[in-house]
Design a protein around this ligand. Structure first.
Ligand SMILES: [Zn+2]
Length: 275
């Protein structure tokens, strides 16, 4: 199944729009809906059983990725090639399990119910405690609407998830059980960096740009606009030059990094853990 990073997805949306095709839905993040105390969202999870819950083992890295004042989570490669596992800094070598949830948030716009594909970066307990409890009670979660309610703020924030059973207020024919908009969205790739992306910054390789071009062409569904963008990058930014730029400063490499990273994530298997 084809899966895309946020940058790829946005390029596809743009290409789709340019061609007059039906535009791909915009990906949302749960913080848009749960910004402050008392906010809530009406959601439907695509999880039929605990077997559908996939966790990701990550390292938290500060001071490496640009425009990331709070650092970034990097997916552990799960093998001897993970430089972060070998870090002398215990804060970096430490791995934590995250659950990158994706689900539908329903909103009302101009009297119509809209299905918004939404991502939520959560601790693993969201899966093996919160969702597990819901499954124990309700079984297949796809059959139910849930209301996620935020209480509190900052570090004292909790989220309660309660079933929405009032069909008069939330009728099935409007709050439809349709997960099509979640197709091809890889929440892990959108929320984390890969080891390849990490290496591209801390230990740039001259052949990095060519790797992008090769892997780019192997993606059957890649939008034309996106391909052109990447190829332009490769031409305008020779690998050697790109590597030197990275070596000189990490603050000025953002454009190059942004365009070369998405496909590199495909070259490294990301560990998934099924419970
Ligand atoms: Zn690791």
């Amino acid at each position: 199944m084809a899966q895309y990073t946020m940058q790829q997805y946005e390029a596809m949306r743009q290409a789709s729009s340019n061609q007059g095709n039906k535009e791909l839905p915009k990906i949302h993040f749960m913080k848009e809906y749960l910004d402050k105390d008392g906010d809530f969202a009406i959601v439907r999870f695509p999880y039929t059983s605990m077997a559908d819950l996939v966790y990701e083992s990550v390292h938290h890295v500060n001071g490496v990725f640009p425009n990331a004042p709070y650092g970034k989570n990097v997916s552990c490669s799960g093998d001897d090639n993970c430089p972060l596992c070998k870090s002398a800094d215990p804060e970096v070598s430490k791995k934590t399990m995250r659950f990158y949830a994706k689900f539908i948030v329903y909103t009302q716009e101009n009297g119509q119910v809209v299905l918004n594909p939404t991502i939520w970066d959560r601790p693993s307990a969201f899966g093996d405690v919160d969702l597990k409890n819901l499954m124990t009670e309700y079984g297949d979660l796809t059959n139910y609407l849930f209301k996620v309610v935020r209480s509190g703020s900052k570090t004292d924030t909790r989220y309660n998830i309660i079933p929405v059973l009032n069909k008069a207020v939330y009728p099935d024919n409007q709050y439809v059980r349709d997960f099509t908009v979640l197709k091809d969205i890889d929440a892990v790739k959108i929320c984390t960096k890969s080891i390849a992306q990490y290496n591209a910054i801390v230990n740039p390789q001259p052949e990095a740009a060519q790797t992008v071009e090769t892997s780019q062409t192997t993606q059957a569904n890649t939008a034309q606009v996106q391909t052109q963008q990447v190829e332009t990058q490769v031409v305008n930014q020779p690998a050697q030059q790109a590597a030197q730029t990275v070596a000189q400063t990490t603050t000025n490499v953002q454009p190059t990094q942004t365009n070369t990273q998405p496909t590199q994530t495909n070259t490294t298997g990301t560990p998934r853990y099924r419970f």
